[in-house]
Write a protein that binds this ligand. Sequence first.
Ligand code: SAH
Ligand code: SF4
Ligand code: F3S
Length: 454
Amino acid sequence: MTTSKGRYHIITFGCQMNKADSERMAGILEDMGFEWEIDPNNANLILYNTCSIRDNAEQKVYSYLGRQAKRKHEQPDLTLIVAGCVAQQEGESLLRRVPELDLVMGPQHANRLKDLLQQVFDGNQVVATDAVHIMEDITKPRRDSKVTSWVNVIYGCNERCTYCVVPNVRGVEQSRTPEAIRAEMEELGRQGYKEVTLLGQNIDAYGRDLPGATSEGRHLHTLTDLLYYVHDVPGIERIRFATSHPRYFTERLIKACAELPKVCEHFHIPFQSGDNEVLKRMSRGYTHEKYRRIIDTIRRYMPDASISADAIVGFPGETEEQFENTLKLVEEIGFDLVNTAAYSPRPLTPAAVWDEQLSEEVKSDRLQRLNHLINIKAYERSQRYHGRILSVLVEEQNTKDKAQVMGRTSGNRLTFFNGDITALQGKLVNVKITDIRAFSLTGEPVEVREVISV
Ligand code: SAH
Ligand code: SF4
Ligand code: F3S
């Protein structure tokens, strides 16, 4: 192992899971004596934490990698690492494509970075993509925010949506124990963090792989039980969770969210399509009627809850009429936010080899039409906040206007107001909303709430 201090840079693509993994890997590197370097060109260890969800995410990685691989010829002590979902998907073949790489490691190996690097420093080129049980890791992550934080609760995904690479690259479901999750949250509370987002690709599956069942045969550990169990962690003021799957979403969970004051009234429940035939061919396991019932139930318990989702347009064989059913769902539900994407065929997924692939023109036309409607509806949804006083947890300075700070409402709307970040970071501030946009708000501070820890 090198004894001289190295300088590292991490570039992260993809979802919150990857962001959480990057923070953990940064923690491991700092523990080993590496220091963060803001300019990748001055770093002697570069780690790309990659995403493979759509082809354009994957291609981005190759173009970045090409540049650094060239640099390695002039600077042989440069260590190049590809981690994350492209690493898992491509494995050995990444080395053939970019022979300058030192380490290719799948997401399940993130906690093992130290061991793997030791092998690299011993002179090996290493590929770590075998399926392993993810070990609890006690190294402190280097977190990007001082206020909000991610906590993994379940890794992997056992679903088989026909368009999706995630089960191939993230492996089978593996829940962390409630005790380990609570311990991490308690540590975050002690460090001054105010908000925790519990993470899982299909978070409603939490606990089904853990031993134990109640006398009614229900799993002993469900997401609902977990929320009750971690709710009183001192210092943590807000709890969020993502991503929810409509197939497993229960009324019991909705009740818990309504009952527990720290759980934010924000639900991220992807619907993917508003058409039953398409949903079936995606293997999603629910109908649009079931999806609507979930939203109705949420709104019955929490009329003001904010609802966000993901949707795909141009799935193989999707007709104009079927696409219009997606528009109809968006029109009728009124989402606060929807992340949209044109279908992208992915390696080793069933839908990628189906005959009825749609042209890029059709896909991008549908994407535009859907996004247009989503904007209109989100703007309509924002109207309800005008003139109201909302509680905003302050995160950062507004990078575009230094006189302002930026935070989020419980419903996850970005909110800006005039204030000094050094005084307000991590504070809950009551803000009167004066200006609304589709996805963000501006207001005036009314009162800084003294946070009373439980
Ligand atoms: N686990 C979550 C989503 C994970 S992936 C769920 O079940 O909803 C994040 C989003 O990427 C998905 O919700 C989907 O909208 C999109 N996505 C996944 N695979 C895709 C593909 N092949 N083409 C386009 N979008 C895709
Ligand atoms: Fe992919 Fe479906 Fe699993 Fe979500 S639930 S990660 S879309 S396979
Ligand atoms: Fe991408 Fe992997 Fe997340 S494919 S979306 S980084 S699970």
